[in-house]
Write a protein that binds this ligand. Structure first.
Ligand code: BMA
Length: 322
């Protein structure tokens, strides 16, 4: 058992993140062309700037991805004048648009991997694109059959294999899985990683939030959890820790959510009561982690915390038995 009492830990969970006072940082009004909503952004650092690959929903209700850049990650965003990645509707895979990207730096390839949802006629598919500059992309296509979403690669191989966290729907249930591949194309050895938890805030659905964050204690995993209530679904964010060398091993999991809909822009929108993180940046010098998230399926917001606080909190969270 940890030294922190449950009450102390709840207080810590409640105070872990500080919302940026300038939230929401991006809205459809910032966009250089007509859009209904801009949300669920992937995040990376490139050329001394923060880059967000933002999901943009057009007036048909279909989505594409567009880059926004900022010198400080908070303000002064410049949005690409045209969509950066659009669906190819002539393919079965991308019939109804591209959604909810995640970005990770692949150490071996020295390129960014973008995993995103292609909305196919058969349901959502996880697709992969590789890029150096977010201007040109090598599109490697779908990785696994539908229905699957909320996916991200790890930055390197484990025992010679790449690893993918994703969220297939299996028997109607929405749990987080991990799968492995020798070549980023053929995937297998599928294992359940983080299941939903009966009665908790994450009892109905879970899915990966942003990219896995490497720490000396293990991989920090942010995930969204859903509870369905009589008033609708509530999307909140929790934290888990995976073994550094064996990421298929879940070490700890937060009892509490650490970010939930509270601000007006999170409570009210196209889909109210949704915080949906999909990107993070870490500044090792300042110890700061910034979590970028979609708020109420309408806008992009950011909240900040310290890596040491996250690690203190997850170290005080329950261990998970095998
Ligand atoms: C999920 C995804 C997200 C969306 C969220 C809340 O299932 O489709 O794109 O932000 O629902 O509506």
């Amino acid at each position: 058992m940890s030294a922190m009492s449950r009450i102390e830990r709840e207080k810590k969970a409640h105070n872990l993140f500080t919302r940026f006072e300038g939230n929401p940082i991006l809205t459809a009004d910032h966009w250089p062309y007509a859009a209904n909503a801009v949300f669920n952004p992937a995040a990376a650092q490139l050329d001394g700037q923060t880059l967000l690959l933002v999901r943009v929903e057009d007036m048909r209700g279909f989505s594409h991805l567009t880059v926004a850049r900022s010198p400080n990650g908070l303000t002064d965003w410049t949005v690409d004048s045209e969509p950066t990645m659009t669906a190819d509707p002539s393919t079965h895979e991308e019939r109804w648009g591209l959604e909810d990207p995640r970005i990770v730096w692949l150490e071996e390839q020295k390129q960014f991997a973008v995993t995103y949802v292609s909305f196919s006629e058969g349901g959502p598919i996880v697709s992969l694109a590789i890029t150096k500059n977010f201007r040109t992309f090598a599109r490697l296509g779908g990785l696994l059959p539908p229905e699957d979403k909320d996916a991200c690669l790890f930055p390197r191989r484990f025992d010679g294999r790449f690893a993918l966290i994703h969220r297939p729907i299996v028997r109607g249930e929405a749990h987080i899985w991990i799968s492995f591949s020798p070549d980023l194309k053929h995937w297998g050895d599928h294992q359940l990683l983080i299941p939903t938890r009966a009665a908790y805030w994450d009892c109905h659905r879970v899915g990966l939030a942003c990219q896995p964050i490497e720490t000396p204690q293990g991989w920090l995993i942010f995930y969204h959890g859903v509870r369905s209530t009589t008033a609708g679904q509530i999307y909140r964010t929790g934290l888990a820790l995976l073994d550094l060398q064996r990421p298929w091993k879940l070490l700890r999991r937060s009892d509490e959510w650490i970010l939930g809909p509270h601000a007006q822009y999170e409570r009210v929108g196209d889909v109210g009561d949704v915080v949906f993180p999909t990107g993070a940046t870490v500044n090792k010098e300042t110890d700061e982690l910034r979590l970028y998230y979609g708020a109420a399926d309408c806008t992009v917001a950011v909240a900040t915390t310290r890596m040491t606080d996250l690690l203190d909190y997850i170290s005080a969270s329950p261990e998970v038995d095998d």
